[in-house]
Design a protein around this ligand. Structure first.
Ligand code: ADE
Length: 227
């Protein structure tokens, strides 16, 4: 999978992809993540990529020309399955969207900044608009990092134990059950006996019960679509 991210603040994305699972996925050649500085496509020598909003109002707007130049260049090199725009008024990002995106070949993610992008960018290029929650970030960069992380870990062979993605919270519309590691007794706080029993079927049954209990308590809305 190849993910091209377009941003006017590329430094914000220097770290998230260079550690842990995301770094390993790139080193193994499973995913290629390329960050593009929108200022490389600026309309003038002042590296201008934004301007005041027509009609007035506070905040700058990313212009269509630099974004179009960047997207046109990428599209001339390969075909893209989705061109995603990160925005708080987009569709709420969920596990099932992560699952779908993890099956794609080439994806562009455009990060808004300041007030956002000229509406015509959305009309002309964008195939999917995503929000990571009902709050406003300073830009789409951190939101894009969330999408990339959630998607890339689902691609086969990225996680060393593939089943660990299948047992994540939300994967079957249940929250994950409690987990424990050593010591079995920490200052009198004991790990549930069943987990030490070695009895696989009983452990599985306990985990399902605990997942259901936790979901009922914390996110009863998920149970409506529990599979
Ligand atoms: N950009 C600013 N806020 C955002 C949000 N909540 N989700 C996605 N992109 C954003």
């Amino acid at each position: 999978m190849r993910i091209d991210i377009i941003t006017c603040v590329p430094k914000l994305l220097e770290s998230p992809f260079n550690h842990s699972i995301l770094l390993r996925a790139q080193t193994k050649g499973i995913v290629e993540i390329v960050v593009h500085d929108l200022r490389d496509y600026a309309i003038n020598n002042h590296k201008q990529v934004d301007d005041y909003a027509f009609g007035g109002g506070a905040g700058m707007v990313l212009m269509i020309e630099p974004i179009a130049k960047c997207i046109n260049k990428l599209q001339s090199e390969r075909k893209y399955d989705e061109i995603i725009y990160m925005t708080p008024d987009g569709k709420q990002f969920e596990q099932k969207t992560a699952n779908r995106l993890s099956l794609l070949g080439n994806v562009i993610i455009l990060c808004g900044h300041y007030k956002g992008v000229d509406e015509r960018v959305r009309e002309k290029f964008i195939t999917l608009e995503l929000s990571v929650g009902d709050y406003v970030l300073s830009g789409g960069e951190l939101a894009a990092a969330i999408i990339v992380d959630a998607v890339v870990r689902l691609i086969p062979n990225v996680l060393s134990d593939e089943t660990s993605a299948l047992t994540d919270s939300f994967q079957d519309n249940l929250l994950a059950p409690p987990i424990y590691t050593r010591p079995a007794d920490y200052e009198g706080m004991k790990v549930p006996e069943v987990l030490l029993s070695g009895h696989e079927a009983k452990i599985e049954e306990w985990r399902t019960e605990e997942a259901l209990k936790r979901t009922r308590e914390r996110r009863p809305d998920l149970l409506d679509s529990y599979e």
